[in-house]
Design a protein around this ligand. Structure first.
Ligand SMILES: Cc1cc2nc3c(=O)[nH]c(=O)nc-3n(C[C@H](O)[C@H](O)[C@H](O)COP(=O)(O)OP(=O)(O)OC[C@H]3O[C@@H](n4cnc5c(N)ncnc54)[C@H](O)[C@@H]3O)c2cc1C
Length: 382
């Protein structure tokens, strides 16, 4: 027997949990379906921290979404009584004309965001943990910080459940069908019907949307935690910011302070870095070799000598990239009852609640006040 809902949400990771919460808050009868037990460590939304920042080097068009996301993260904290967002300040480092520095500066100026520009001497004076080359500069913004992804997913699911959403864990969607006016999905346990379907499958989006042949590329990433070679006090929030460094050779190492339990050490990673990166979510190599850890340490240690300390933990995670580095949020071209929500390209987590709001707008009234032109499907038509 099938059960009827207003909306089905496929995937309860970062985005699907946000979408489900926002739909439930608006009174929609929503069913969220998740193949694992969310939050989990098989997709894109784990590893204890995600960088959040406002002076967005990727494109100033993201800034209004970010400002709304900050408001919604704080609302979610109040609603669920959890600490999700910690402001630590953020350093965007590189050459003056690097995308990270020049792009952050462009967004900061265009949207009048508080920021400072630091030269190498000032970087060293204020943050002696770093070793910038003489021509390295940085944009510093006090409003940058960290979101806790597992806690954030749990909070979004908690809110969704409190507002009446049905959440089904360990139930994989095997297929979906759409016809004018309705959708149905068949899972490992049952069949469900609804008016609309939201697909938030993260790194599984390609197989779930196979007929569209979208240019998704799943990329394996490695997150590393080091015991700092130095006093841990120098790496706690307040003394040590989140940071992203565009190096001359094109690497993008980044990191966050020792968050919550100093015994966990400091987290670092290399954006789009590492060997054997391209994979699928079901076949990714989860083991991390000593050689991979050594290679990452070699890139980072000349800039942040503290990573010469012991590696405490290493975990893989998956990006779902699109060729232009932006998100995909749009209706299925053949089935307007199906909304595709794929905001990753390695930088989506900070937007979760505003993506939830956008998806709920589109489901409920087929329009949103938020600027989402950058994320349409038609850009891949050529
Ligand atoms: C190492 C790393 C670092 C990152 N750093 C940052 C950062 O600093 N700042 C930032 O903003 N972003 C960052 N990101 C990006 C961000 O984490 C992602 O954009 C975000 O987590 C994507 O969420 P998602 O919901 O699309 O995917 P997921 O969270 O993976 O959710 C997809 C869900 O769908 C489920 N699913 C898929 N198929 C099915 C099916 N058939 N049936 C049922 N369930 C299904 C999956 O099990 C999964 O739970 C980072 C990502 C990684 C990997």
């Amino acid at each position: 027997m099938s059960r009827v809902f207003d909306v089905l949400v496929l995937g309860l990771g970062g985005m699907g949990s946000a979408v489900t919460a926002h739909l439930a808050v608006r009174g929609q009868r929503v069913l969220g379906l998740e193949q694992f037990h969310s939050p989990h460590d098989q997709g894109s939304s784990h590893g204890h921290s995600r960088v959040i920042r406002q002076a967005y080097f990727e494109d100033p068009a993201y800034v209004p979404l970010l400002l709304r996301a900050y408001e919604l993260w704080r609302e979610l904290e109040r609603e669920t009584n959890r600490q999700l967002l910690t402001l630590t300040g953020g350093l965007m480092l590189g050459a003056p004309d690097s995308a990270v520095v020049a792009g952050s500066h462009r967004s900061a100026r265009q949207h009048h965001l508080p920021h400072e520009l630091l030269d190498a001497r000032e970087i060293k004076r204020r943050f002696p943990q770093f070793q910038p080359e003489p021509d390295t500069v940085a944009l510093y913004e006090t409003n940058a910080g960290v979101i806790r992804p597992e806690a954030a997913v749990a909070a979004q699911l908690q809110l969704a459940a409190q507002r009446g959403a049905t959440l089904q864990m360990e139930e994989r969607v095997l297929s979906w069908q759409a016809a004018p006016g309705g959708v149905s999905v068949t899972t490992s346990r049952a069949r469900y019907e609804a008016g609309q379907l939201v697909i938030a499958a993260g790194p599984w989006a390609k197989p779930v949307l196979a007929e569209l042949e979208l240019p998704f590329q799943v990329e394996r990433q490695v997150q590393l935690w080091f015991e700092p070679d130095g006093r841990i006090e120098d790496f706690l929030p307040g003394r040590f910011p989140v940071w992203i460094w565009e190096t001359r050779d094109g690497a993008h190492p980044y990191g966050v302070p020792a968050l919550d339990d100093p015994g966990n050490g400091i987290k670092v990673a290399i954006h789009h870095g590492g060997a054997s990166r391209f994979c699928t979510a079901d076949t990714v190599e989860r083991e991390i070799s000593e050689a991979e850890i050594a290679a990452a340490r070699a890139v980072i240690a000349s800039r942040l000598p503290a990573v010469r300390g012991r590696c405490l933990r290493a975990v893989t995670c998956l990006y779902t990239n699109l060729p232009d580095g932006h998100f995909l949020i749009d209706r299925h071209p053949a089935h307007p009852e199906v909304l595709i929500v794929s905001p990753c390209s390695g930088h989506g987590f900070k937007f979760c609640p505003v993506i939830g709001e956008i998806a709920a707008d589109l489901v409920a009234q087929d329009a949103t006040r938020h600027p989402i032109q950058l994320f349409n499907l038609v850009r891949f038509a050529a």
